[in-house]
Design a binder for this molecule. Structure first.
Ligand code: SAH
Length: 250
């Protein structure tokens, strides 16, 4: 997968490829990441790419021409690619988007700055993605989130292929809790079942924990989910237990 990030701060964005899983992805050749400086396409000796907004008011706008040229140059570099504009007005970026994008051969991520980009560049953009309902001062951090979450999904990057599959959201649910050594830490023991060696029981326990967390913390995730027979059974158990707990309190 090739990713080009169009930005005023290529050094910042490239940092995401220097640590952790994205670094592994780069080292294994699964990810090619580069930042492209928008100022290289300014066409003026001040390397200026922003201008005042028409109609008045405060704030500057990223100009259309340098952006369009940068997109064209990135296309030449990476071949056919989806052009993604990072924008608080975009579709909400989530794990399903990460999975979808991780299957693309190449991506061009456009980072806005100031008040945003000149609207006339929009026909060159395939999709706008938002990382949440808050406003960042630039698209770089958002692009870095996208790169990180995609890098760990690329084939051969996570050591254990299973581990991305069991993460939160990948099956539409939150992940179950995890424990590691020591067996007792500050008077808190690891749940006994995890030490039992009974793999079927452990699997069931984990599924139930994931479901319970989802029900209590993110019930909205359950709306769009098709539960299997075991999950429905587990959910019944969880609800019964929750009701018993409620009754115990009253
Ligand atoms: N005036 C714009 C915000 C501009 S913020 C508006 O209200 O919609 C400057 C740039 O930061 C944006 O162009 C975008 O690239 C990036 N950005 C800000 N918040 C973001 C978010 N939640 N998700 C993705 N990108 C964001």
């Amino acid at each position: 997968m090739k990713i080009e990030v169009l930005t005023l701060f290529p050094e910042l964005v490239e940092q995401v490829g220097a640590f952790g899983m994205p670094r592994v992805a780069v080292e294994r050749g699964a990810l090619q990441l580069s930042g492209r400086q928008l100022r290289d396409f300014s066409g003026n000796r001040w390397r200026r790419v922003d201008e005042r907004t028409y109609g008045g008011g405060p704030g500057m706008v990223l100009q259309a021409e340098p952006l369009a040229q940068a997109i064209e140059a990135a296309r030449v570099a990476v071949g056919p690619a989806k052009v993604v504009l990072m924008s608080p007005q975009g579709e909400r970026y989530d794990q399903a988007w990460a999975e979808r994008l991780s299957r693309e051969p190449a991506l061009i991520l456009v980072c806005g700055r100031y008040e945003g980009i000149d609207e006339r560049v929009m026909p060159q953009v395939d999709v706008e993605l938002s990382v949440g309902d808050y406003v960042l001062s630039g698209g770089e951090l958002a692009a870095m989130l996208v790169v990180d979450s995609i890098a760990r999904l690329l084939p051969g990057v996570l050591g254990d292929e299973q581990s991305a599959a069991s993460d939160s959201f990948s099956d539409g649910l939150l992940d179950h809790p995890h424990y590691s050594r020591p067996e007792v830490w500050r008077d808190q023991a690891v749940p006994e079942i995890l030490m039992s060696g009974d793999h079927a029981a452990i699997r069931r326990w984990r599924r139930k924990q994931g479901l319970e967390r989802t029900l209590l913390r993110r019930p909205d995730l359950l709306d769009s989910l098709k539960l299997d027979a075991e999950q429905i059974k587990l959910l019944r158990e969880i609800i019964t237990e929750q009701l018993h707990e409620q009754e115990g309190r009253t």
